[in-house]
Design a protein. Structure first.
Length: 717
């Protein structure tokens, strides 16, 4: 059944979702028992998408991600544009959540384009513009965020069948635009916007819109030094959110109010009281990052007020929270972050208290010393957290390695840096990046079973290896180090395995030319940071897998047509700059319709997969790409080889398909065969390559019209 048949169901659940996410989840759980959930992809996807929305409202992001991967694939396979539209809207939110701003904006623009193509503009376009604006606002690009919030407001559509939803969107988008105005310090304009929709908060609109409106009013009064009204808005809002158990939003509001107090030199005792109150409720409902921020605010407050006992208690709670957070991330299964704060044990502390009258001076000295240590620990924790957050926002392994290289240097010194990861398709370790003396060196490859490699040993055993005198330890460690032969030899090194449970994901190695370069503090720093590094690697892997899913044809696992065209432009640009020959190949399975009619589509699919495997193997080298063009037709591009070699590749491929000996009674050889068209272009002789693909297609049809099972080649002039 088509997605459009379930529009009414979608509208009803979405309306419930806006008002009460837990109730929406309960309704969805009930509908999941319906047999349509198993057999009807459209029905299933409607429920899954709204389940994702409810989970995001409740801060349960990890459950969202797993569901999105399934929904993405079903939407792509179905070809249902309404389903694709709904799914892309969710994917954009997923990319935004993992801080992949470029991808998120690209997806939201596709949502807008799909609606235009369908000729049915809905509030989804307004929401897409709103989400793009939110990304710019997150990075404090307030001029751009204002521009897109305004576009969002201009695209709001009244829905006479669902006025509550329309009012919800109006209130939300206007409040968001006001937030952006405040970011540009345009408080009067922001306030006018809020006044224009004040009446809507009294209608039957979603909690999230009311909360966004009230938060904007709270910020306005805070920025304009009216803290009585600021506190009233905050109190009303926090009471409403706690009553509805919207704890993620409640934590966000408390954070904003605390920051307003700090920025305006207002006493923080009031928000601290609410932080302590809300921490009693939110442990199971809010994100780790929000809770961590609240505890750090508390610790800051107690440091300022010299409440040593409260500082210790909250650091212990923060440590416990970190452990619980690590356990919750089941799919990532990371080792618990252990803060290891170096404080005197409880018995010693009690002993000091008992003898304070006799040893007041010693107690005071000890207190000051421990306060300094605690401040150092806290500052180090904040730096680690900041570095960790920066690392987990990267999207490629090379970017991740560069960020690690730049950020780790702020605390640990080294002359040589490398991040070494396993090539999943081969039994080797590959350095994604190698720096020596601030210069990028050539990457290297190590066999995992290499007994003489310290990196390979670290990867296999999953143990930290440290040496402060590599020359003296050479015999013990095995002897093969990472270093450019042209430069100095390292004398100290750390080899650190980044683990996911029992599996080593990567080896981080830092090396110094100095002897005795690394201390226990350096090792502990990397240990503290290791979970962030591991999460960053996993996030990068997940994003890459998500990209790969969208770029691959599900049946053949070849790249799809869209991805080919994206790569085509890059390869043509490279060929033009280096004056390389370019060759385009169009391939088609002969009489394939007859084959499907005779043997059925299941057998036809199996044949497509076998043919695709050979094509993939043929064009797997550097400077080549191939893709499924559509149906039984394939396309490939190769640069940097001569015309004779291109023809030989095509003919060898034709013969390999024939050698499969897949029975086909309509073929002249009684086996499955292919026809190939090859078009070549020389940038040394010409500059206009616009008709290269068309020429390859013409050559293919010449081959098919002249008997099939052959290669026809031509040169574009």
């Amino acid at each position: 059944m088509k997605f459009t048949n379930y529009k009414e169901l979608l509208k009803n659940i979405r309306s419930l979702n806006f008002k009460n996410a837990p109730a929406a989840l309960a309704k969805i759980a009930e509908l999941e028992k319906d047999e349509r959930y198993q057999f009807d992809y459209a029905f299933r996807t409607v429920l899954n998408m709204e389940k994702v929305a409810a989970l995001r409202v409740l801060g349960r992001y990890d459950e969202c991600r797993a569901m999105l991967e399934t929904t993405i694939e079903e939407a792509r396979i179905s070809g249902d544009q309404y389903l694709l539209l709904e799914t892309y809207a969710r994917i954009g939110s997923a990319f935004s959540y993992v801080s992949q701003a470029d991808q998120a904006i690209s997806i939201y623009m596709q949502v807008i384009q799909i609606e235009k193509n369908l000729g049915e503009i809905t509030n989804k376009t307004a929401v897409a513009y709103n989400n793009i604006a939110a990304i710019y606002e997150k990075y404090k690009k307030f001029d751009k965020s204002e521009e897109y919030y305004q576009l969002a407001r201009e695209n709001i559509k009244d829905d006479p069948d669902n006025p509550d939803y329309s009012n919800t969107i109006k209130l939300l988008l206007t409040a968001n635009l006001a937030h952006s105005k405040f970011g540009n310090k345009d408080y009067d304009e922001g306030y006018k916007l809020l006044q224009s929709v004040e009446f809507l908060q009294h209608s039957d609109v979603a909690t999230i819109s009311i909360a966004t409106y009230k938060k904007a009013m709270m910020r306005y009064y805070g920025y304009t030094d009216n803290f009585d009204k600021c506190y009233k808005e905050f109190k009303d809002l926090i009471d409403m959110l706690r009553e509805q158990k919207n704890y993620p939003k409640a934590v966000d509001v408390v954070r904003s109010f605390y920051e307003l107090c700090v920025d305006n030199d207002v006493c923080t005792a009031i928000p601290i009281k609410h932080i302590k109150d809300i921490l009693k409720d939110v442990q199971d409902y809010s994100s780790y990052e929000n809770l961590r921020s609240l505890y750090i605010y508390l610790i800051n407050f107690y440091i300022d007020s010299n409440n040593y006992q409260a500082i210790i208690e909250n650091y212990k709670k923060l440590e416990k929270l970190a452990k619980e957070n690590s356990e919750k991330i089941k799919e990532q299964q990371l080792n618990t972050i252990n803060l290891r704060i170096d404080l005197d044990n409880k018995n010693e502390y009690n002993k000091i208290i008992e003898t304070k009258n006799k040893e007041l001076e010693r107690l005071n000295d000890e207190y000051l010393k421990q306060s300094r240590q605690l401040n150092e620990t806290y500052n180090r924790l904040c730096l680690i957290t900041w570095i960790g957050q920066k690392l987990v926002s990267t999207s490629t392994y090379s970017d991740l390695a560069k960020e690690m290289y730049n950020e780790l240097k702020k605390i640990v010194s080294y002359d040589i840096f490398s991040l070494v990861m396993k090539d999943e398709k081969k039994n080797i370790l590959v350095s994604d990046i190698l720096y020596e003396l601030n210069e990028i060196e050539n990457n290297f490859i190590i066999n995992i079973d290499d007994e003489s490699s310290i990196v390979a040993r670290c990867y296999r055993e999953g143990e930290i290896i440290v040496s402060n005198n590599l020359t003296a330890d050479r015999d013990v460690l095995g002897g093969k180090f990472i270093s450019s032969s042209e430069k100095k030899i390292a004398n100290s090194a750390i080899y650190f395995p980044l683990m996911k449970e029992e599996q080593c994901l990567a080896v981080l190695t830092l090396q110094s030319y100095k002897n005795d370069a690394y201390t226990e503090d350096d090792i502990n720093f990397i240990k503290f940071l290791a979970p962030f590094l591991t999460i960053a690697i996993i996030n990068t892997s997940n994003v890459n897998k998500l990209k790969e899913l969208s770029n691959k044809d599900e049946l053949t696992q070849m790249y799809n047509r869209r991805y080919f065209y994206n790569q085509y432009e890059d390869m043509i640009f490279k060929a033009r700059n280096k004056k390389l020959l370019v060759h385009c190949f169009m391939l088609d399975i002969d009489y394939f319709k007859n084959y499907n009619d005779t043997f059925g589509h299941i057998k036809g699919d199996q044949t497509l997969v076998k043919v695709a495997e050979i094509i993939n193997d043929t064009f797997s080298s550097h400077n080549t790409i191939c893709a499924r063009y559509g149906g039984e037709e394939f396309i490939a591009l190769a640069i940097g080889i001569d015309g004779l070699r291109a023809y030989q590749i095509a003919d060898d491929l034709r013969q390999k398909i024939c050698d499969l000996q897949i029975t086909h009674k309509y073929s002249k050889k009684e086996f499955v065969t292919i026809s190939v068209g090859v078009a070549s272009f020389n940038f040394n002789l010409q500059s206009n390559n616009e008709n290269l693909i068309q020429l390859a297609d013409d050559c293919l049809y010449t081959a098919k019209n002249s008997g099939r099972d052959k290669v026809v080649a031509a040169v574009l002039i």
